[in-house]
Write a protein that binds this ligand. Structure first.
Ligand code: HEM
Length: 530
């Protein structure tokens, strides 16, 4: 059938319309950006006494975006720029938004201790608005009553040392499952993708800790969704640096993508929440507490608190957002910590040998390393800390925002400035560390303890101050248990053709910094010689 007349006329006119629409759009963007930057430069706060933070020269409209755009390893690029333009405090304007980058322990102390309250909030992001139920979670919530209540629940109820201890059976079961999987690979002389094996263990563990024994299918689907949420959180979004262009997220399809993700995650979370509520109704009371046992999982604990009624912040939506936080914040970070530590030990066989000797001596005769022994594994602890120093899973922590104008390192930081602390750069800085690029766990033994370094803000993989990571105990218990068992039960070989020197340590910057390529190793069962 021949196309109608007006169809071919339209086809001819299409390039003209496309050009016209592009011109209108670009003009709109430029006008909005210029007028908003004029608005932003008006003195809305008292005249500053200190100078603004130094930084690289900026271009009109885009500011410093061009200095970052071709550099996927953002933590490294920010360190290089800071060395040239602001070794303590550096200012970058990305589009319309002023970012301040902190690259020294002294400046980090000012942000996270001296002026902790001023920097206690997080910048608003669209992802949290849509996926986290209008920012009802903990990690991305603005500072205020809602965050304070939920943070207290996290610290006192969900992630306290006592609670972490109560989830020990779940942890040990999941680690046994991991060891059994590696054992089968060893029996078949097959290789193991360490990243995948550990990721499955950490997400399985978080799933069971949060939801109890839910269906396997739900577990797999949910882990996939959590991966998508992490992806949505990572990367550079043009709409975030041009917030006045409110139409951008819709135009780029990002808003629609987030909405789909929210609906998918919410459907599963709602199902799990309903299952819990039904079971509790059938039992005629709270979760596992009915027969005097510990509540079974995190959702039960949160529902118990909700029923007690004195936590107005604890709506169903907040429960779902907090649980999502635990997954997004907890699984990738712990997996990353394990994979880098394992990589460093493979690169440094004498360190691997020393760690294995320690764990094999202290757990001799046991089928797996149990949690009681973990405190005694001082050398393995130092190996993990050294790995967190060189490879903090969140090298730029989670951004903060200034609630009011304040001076840091002698520079004026205006209110509503996005603040990025480059914890990775500080932990590799000659100003604080001898031979900073060398993997040397001994530096954390004896008098140079990780805790002292933390208090000096030279080693802050879990952040610091009132927004620090409440999951530190949970994470360290898990990372240590997984690693102790992997090196207790198995000797590990590199694939044929790879030597410790040639093992790649390439990075991928996403939500945090992971290995770019999976770590594939060949396990050899140690059992026969135990
Ligand atoms: C090795 C593992 C982990 C690392 C390196 C890590 C690191 C961090 C960092 C750097 C922050 C931001 C701190 C700041 O702004 O000063 C943070 C916040 C947070 N982390 Fe972790 N984390 C880990 C594991 C976990 C786990 C297992 C959970 C929970 C199950 C968790 C839950 C959270 C939450 C809820 C926040 C937000 C706190 C707030 O804004 O008040 N993290 N984490």
């Amino acid at each position: 059938m021949a196309p109608p007349q007006n169809w071919s006329a339209l086809t001819l006119l299409l390039p003209f319309f496309t050009t016209l629409i592009s011109i209108i759009l670009i003009t709109a963007i430029v006008v909005r950006v210029i007028s908003s930057s004029i608005r932003r430069t008006r003195p809305v706060q008292p005249a500053a006494t200190a100078p603004p933070p130094p930084g690289p020269p900026k271009l009109p409209v885009i500011g410093n975006i061009h200095q970052l755009i071709r550099h996927p390893l953002v933590h490294r690029r920010l360190r290089d720029l800071a060395q040239r333009h602001g070794p303590h405090v550096m200012g970058l304007r990305l589009g319309e938004v002023l970012h301040v980058v902190i690259s020294s322990a002294e400046a980090a102390r000012e942000v996270m201790k001296t002026h902790d309250l001023v920097f206690a909030t997080r910048p608003h992001i669209l992802m949290a608005e849509i996926v986290m139920y209008g920012v009802r979670d903990v990690a991305l919530a603005p500072y205020g009553d809602h965050w304070r209540q939920l943070r207290k629940i996290c610290v006192m109820e969900l992630l306290s040392a006592r609670r972490v201890q109560s989830f020990r059976p779940v942890r040990e079961a999941e680690v046994s499952r991991l060891v059994a999987g590696v054992s089968s690979a060893a029996a078949a002389s097959a290789g193991v993708n360490v990243n995948l094996a550990v990721a499955s263990a950490t997400s399985g563990l978080t799933f069971k800790t949060a939801f109890g024994m839910a269906k396997e299918l739900t577990e797999e689907t949910f882990s996939g969704l959590v991966g998508d949420v992490s992806d949505a959180l990572s990367g550079f979004r043009i709409s975030e640096v041009f917030p006045s262009l409110t139409f951008l997220p819709a135009l780029t399809g990002f808003r629609a993508q987030l909405t789909r993700l929210h609906h998918a995650a919410d459907a599963l979370l709602e199902e799990i929440l309903c299952e819990h509520k039904d079971r509790r109704r059938r039992q005629g009371g709270g979760g596992g507490a009915v027969d005097g046992r510990q509540p079974e999982d995190l959702v039960d604990i949160l529902l118990d608190l909700q029923e007690e009624g004195d936590q107005e912040s604890l709506t169903d939506e907040a429960i779902k957002a907090v649980v999502l936080d635990m997954f997004v914040g907890g699984t990738e970070t712990t997996t990353t910590a394990v994979e880098w530590t394992m990589s460093e030990m493979m690169k440094n066989p004498s360190i691997m040998k020393k760690a294995q000797e320690e764990v094999r001596r202290l757990s001799r005769g046991k089928a797996i390393v149990e949690e009681e022994s973990l405190d005694e594994l001082k050398y393995l602890e130092a190996v993990i800390q050294e790995s967190l120093r060189l490879h903090p899973p969140l090298p730029l922590l989670i951004p903060r925002e200034s609630l009011e104008a304040v001076e840091v390192g002698g520079y004026e930081i205006p209110a509503i400035t996005k603040v990025i602390v480059n914890a990775w750069a500080i932990a590799r800085d000659f100003r604080y560390w001898t031979e900073p690029e060398k993997f040397n766990p001994d530096r954390f033994l004896d008098n140079d303890s990780a805790n002292d370094r933390r208090l000096n803000f030279e080693f802050i993989p879990f952040g610091a101050g009132r927004r620090n990571c409440p999951g530190m105990f949970f994470a360290m218990a898990l990372v240590k248990l997984v690693l102790a068992n992997l090196i207790y039960r198995f000797d590990w070989k590199l694939p044929v053709g790879t030597t410790p020197e040639s093992l790649d340590m390439d990075e991928h910057f996403g939500l945090g910094v992971r290995r770019k390529h999976n770590l594939c190793l060949i396990p050899v069962e140690y059992t026969t010689r135990r």
